[in-house]
Design a protein around this ligand. Structure first.
Ligand code: FAD
Length: 426
């Protein structure tokens, strides 16, 4: 039998870092907490990987973006964990979990016992092989989930300046990577099956603004289609992306961002699952009373909307982690998780934030030409979601309030006319 801990966090990403901070804030004795991660470094702010990390100049590097700098809190380096008596097991994969015995087995063949387990395994990228794309094992095809991926991408971008890249996928990862590639002097073509970018959130009008902006920076969009094969050169390096209609796009490198799958495999058959993730209650507790799940992997009751969701956003990772720890440490005072969905992205000199739900009718406001505009979503007479490009801190704060309050809207045209003033006046 190996070591035993009061608390074990399985996974060492964003939520693990924020959970550790909360444990320390609430006061735990040295030796009580162990974090096990297959990554080589202490938890860090993952969003930096597709933003500051990819910049051609002044790029951020660790230790600058360890958690929890994302909310302006202390930066938790490996030394911080040591100083607080937290066992941080790096480069260690958990290969199985036995919930009956309350033990984990690591790739180093160590059995680690816990009293309370927090599952914070996040998600893995979907790979093109899973869609039956041939040639996807060629060199210079990149995905982006962790520091290792980002480091390889930076090396390739730097050796490819003036060359051509194809970005597969029009979500925020694809858009952020495309912007980074352009900034690094690489010519970019984006390919995705939807009719416009960031289709899960943007309306066609909002998307047109961003696509036009990218087009002015030389990005070519190939929309409404998918790729079928990769061609490689004699060295096994990708040479071209071939689309379903036979179009051949020459490529020195390819970046793929086609979605993620929560890392649930170790718990399947042992915990109740929902929405592709681990089902939790308002305390982030799973169907096993000694196990909690947080971040991308958790399907939780979204109190505001009365449904169950799984969100792949950093703000939720941070808050759900802190909430789980609060529930564990102080069950008597812990309330149900009451989350307001929040998501953001930054590309080139643009930056937007979104709060709430994008259901119902979308009303655009502001001036797209001046790069300062927004949108409200109104569903069954209520304002449910708010989006703003180029806002100030106080304007974004006002959007959060309005999305949380969900006021009734009597006149949608009046609301559109008032724009950001409506939120600021609330
Ligand atoms: P993760 O941060 O992914 O951490 C999971 C950890 O568990 C990883 O360290 C993983 O290696 C480890 N792990 C998994 N299985 C095992 C195992 N069996 N054994 C040991 N370790 C294991 N969200 C936003 O809201 N805005 C953004 O701008 C934004 N940008 C992003 C940019 C990129 C490039 C990426 C990849 C994500 C971005 N996100 C963004 C999403 C955000 O980063 C995630 O929602 C967040 O990281 C989820 O935190 P998590 O702790 O659940 O998972």
């Amino acid at each position: 039998m190996g070591r035993s801990f009061r608390f074990v966090i399985l996974g060492g990403g964003v939520s693990a870092g924020y959970a550790a901070l909360e444990f320390v804030r609430l006061g735990i004795p040295a030796g009580d907490l162990c974090i096990i991660t297959d990554e080589a470094v202490a938890p860090y702010e993952r969003p930096a990987l597709s933003k500051g990390f990819l910049l051609p100049e002044g790029a951020v590097r660790l230790p600058a973006f360890h958690t929890c700098v994302g909310v302006g809190a202390e930066r938790l380096t490996a030394r911080w964990y040591k100083e607080h008596g937290i066992e941080l097991l790096l480069n260690t994969q958990v290969v199985s979990v036995d919930l009956k015995r309350q033990t984990l087995l690591t790739s180093a063949k160590e059995t680690i016992a816990y009293l309370t387990l927090i599952v914070a395994t996040g998600a893995r990228v979907l790979r093109l092989e899973e869609f039956g794309v041939t040639g996807a094992d060629a060199r210079n095809i990149f995905y982006l989930r962790n520091l290792h991926d980002a480091t390889k991408l930076v090396e390739a971008m730097q050796s490819c300046s003036g060359g051509k890249a194809v970005v597969i996928g029009g979500g925020y990862i694809g858009m952020e990577c495309a912007a980074a590639l352009v900034s690094n002097g690489v010519h970019v073509t984006m390919v995705f099956p939807e009719s416009h970018c960031i289709a899960r959130l943007f309306t066609p009008q909002i998307a047109t603004f961003y696509e036009d902006y990218y087009t002015r920076r030389g990005v070519v969009f190939v929309k409404g289609t998918v790729m079928s094969t990769f061609e490689s050169d004699i060295d096994g390096k990708v040479a071209a992306v071939v689309l379903k209609d036979g179009t051949r796009l020459p490529a020195d490198l390819v970046v793929v961002g086609v979605g993620i799958r929560p890392n649930t495999t170790l718990l399947e058959g042992q915990l109740t699952m929902e929405k592709g993730g681990i089902k939790v209650n308002g305390k982030m507790r799973t169907s096993n009373s000694t196990v909690y799940a947080v971040g991308d992997v958790a399907a939780f009751p979204l109190k505001m909307y009365g449904d169950v969701r799984r969100l792949e956003h950093v703000d939720h990772a941070r808050k759900s982690a802190a909430h789980a720890v609060e529930s564990i440490m102080h069950p008597e005072r812990a309330k149900d998780y009451d989350y307001l969905p929040y998501f953001y992205s930054r590309v080139f000199s643009l930056s937007w934030q979104f709060f709430g739900d994008n259901s119902g009718e979308c009303l655009l406001f502001g001036d797209l030409k001046s790069e300062k505009f927004g949108a409200y979503w109104v569903d069954r007479g209520r304002l449910v979601g708010a989006f703003l490009e180029g806002g100030s801190k106080s304007e974004y704060a006002a959007l959060a309030v309005v999305a949380r309050k969900r006021p009734m809207v009597e006149d949608v045209q009046l609301l559109a006319g008032q724009g950001i003033k409506f939120a600021l006046a609330l």
